[in-house]
Design a protein around this ligand. Structure first.
Ligand code: 5GP
Ligand code: MN
Ligand code: MN
Length: 480
């Protein structure tokens, strides 16, 4: 109920820790009053309260303005468990482990690209296979798949698919150290072995955008962004491999909870102590799947660069990586607790993006004075944004912000409301080319299925957890 919410300021609300007996920490909601009235209509706040009851939770459990209900945790949720006494929960990470977004910068303006757009679209659609269960162009041996799971992008770069410049612009440099191939089942490996360099279905995309507005000239220059510039967004994750890792380990954790005396308000919050054998195994498998996802976005980058060069030749210039962010992941980081003391925590971000502020040692030196680049996709018919992390985000939300506009209609409701052909034609009218193998998929992804991204980004900026750098508009979208 809205009346149970305490207003901290116009864009931050709190459910006090006393609201339900089992809460260990308060819950905080980044949203405007109008958004809140929508948010209370689904189960996301109940799910957030459930999260606050997990063992070892620190400071507060948060949701971002793009929140909607998910498996166990709400999508758009951030919660941190004390290290080493807290828990790790696959529901707080999601089935698509390390789903995330990267953005490539081009040296071309929209006008310069225009004459080549059609051919580029056709070629990109072939170069980045999309759809459920599609296989890619990279043939990995089992041994090499294990290398990807253990070493992520740096290994793939050594194989010729990228360089140090790319690695430097990826969150965690494209590799979590505890990636453990032996914790990934052979079923999961079988699903992933031929999927490197593939997009997957539905919500995943490769999108060519143009920058329509710069909000912060100094930061934009440091990021290498300018008005009129063509940029490319890649949104995908760990494909069938990550999904299988989640499925396998949720089963194990459900069985292990009793052993550790853990009770959870919702079975979808299955979890285990970070230091337990089951918790460590899941963490190792999760890290391996995260490494696979980063490698996947790197492989797609390789094929986009190749295609770009084939279509545009030398005139096309270089495609450099702005940044690559994860939005479904848990990582051990140091943050201040409610008592102001800094300590290690396992920060779960599920449909939420890391947004570290200026000066943070984990932000590459090339951007360190400005804060970490944050990439916020909107929809295939609206704006997307590049933001920068802020110092206050570190204190307000464990250095996190939103991950997109967020769904406001279920896939099912969207399909009932509009036909895919209609969505495609409407976008065409607006000068946006769409390539997709599935008309039903397009309907599920219709821009009206998503919240107002401008309003979402306004809230995160007003609340001080990120600041606007650039606004993007789509030109061409390849949808899974
Ligand atoms: P998710 O990872 O939750 O599926 O999606 C992240 C966000 O991407 C969504 O909340 C939505 O705002 C955005 N999004 C979904 N499809 C598209 C698309 O085709 N283009 C762009 N730019 N954004 C999209
Ligand atoms: Mn995903
Ligand atoms: Mn995603």
């Amino acid at each position: 109920d809205l009346r149970d919410l305490r207003r901290i300021h116009p864009y931050l609300w709190e459910i006090p820790a006393g609201y339900r007996e089992d809460m260990r920490i308060p819950c905080r909601i980044f949203a405007s009053k109008e958004m809140l009235e929508e948010i209370v209509k689904d189960r996301s706040l109940e799910q957030l309260v459930n999260v606050s009851a997990l063992p070892g939770m620190q400071k507060a459990a948060y949701v971002m303005p793009d929140v909607h209900e998910g498996y166990g945790f709400p999508i758009g949720g951030v919660a941190a468990a004390a290290w080493p006494d807290g828990v790790i929960s696959p529901g707080g990470i999601g089935y698509d482990i390390n789903c995330g977004v990267r953005l490539l910068k081009t040296e071309l303006s929209h006008q310069e690209l225009q004459p080549h757009l059609r051919r580029l679209g056709e070629r990109l659609y072939m170069a980045v296979p999309s759809g459920v269960g599609k296989s890619g162009f990279i043939k990995l041996s089992k041994e090499h798949l294990d290398k990807v799971l253990e070493k992520g992008v740096p290994w793939l770069a050594d194989m010729g698919y990228g360089g140090e410049e790319d690695i430097d612009c990826i969150e965690s440099r494209g590799c979590l150290e505890n990636g453990d191939p032996s914790a990934v089942s052979s079923h999961a490996k079988g699903r992933g072995i031929d999927q490197l360099g593939t997009l997957g279905a539905g919500n995943h995309f490769v999108e060519i955008d143009r920058i329509t507005h710069i909000y912060d000239q100094e930061t934009a220059s440091a990021f290498g962004l300018f008005e009129g510039q063509v940029v490319i967004q890649i949104h995908t994750g760990s494909r069938g491999l990550g999904h299988q890792v989640a499925t396998d380990h949720i089963k194990v954790l459900l069985g292990a909870m009793r052993k550790y005396g853990i009770t959870v308000p919702d079975r979808e919050l299955a979890c285990a102590p970070l230091t337990s054998p089951e918790g460590k195994e899941y963490a190792g498998a999760m890290a391996a799947a995260a490494n696979f996802a980063w490698a996947n976005r790197q492989a797609i980058t390789f094929f986009i660069r190749k295609t770009w060069h084939e279509v545009l030749g030398d005139q096309g210039g270089h495609l450099s990586l702005l940044y690559d962010v994860a939005h479904n992941i848990a990582k051990v980081e140091e943050h201040r607790g409610e008592d102001g003391v800094r300590r290690k925590m396992a920060v779960h971000r599920k449909g939420a993006t890391r947004a570290f502020g200026p000066g943070h040692p984990e932000v590459t030196p090339r951007y360190r004075n400005f804060g970490q680049p944050v990439i916020i996709p909107g929809s295939m018919g609206t704006a997307s944004y590049v933001l920068a992390g802020t110092e206050s985000s570190m204190e307000l939300a464990f250095g996190s912000c939103c991950h997109g506009a967020g769904r406001q209609m279920s896939r099912h409701a969207a399909k009932r409301a509009v036909r895919g052909e209609r969505v495609r034609d409407d976008l065409h009218q607006q000068g946006i080319q769409v390539y997709s193998g599935s008309m039903a998929g397009l309907a599920e992804e219709a821009p009206m299925a998503y919240k107002d991204v401008d309003a979402v980004v306004d809230v995160v900026e007003a609340a001080g957890i990120a600041k606007k750098v650039a606004k993007l508009r789509p030109i061409l979208v390849i949808k899974g």
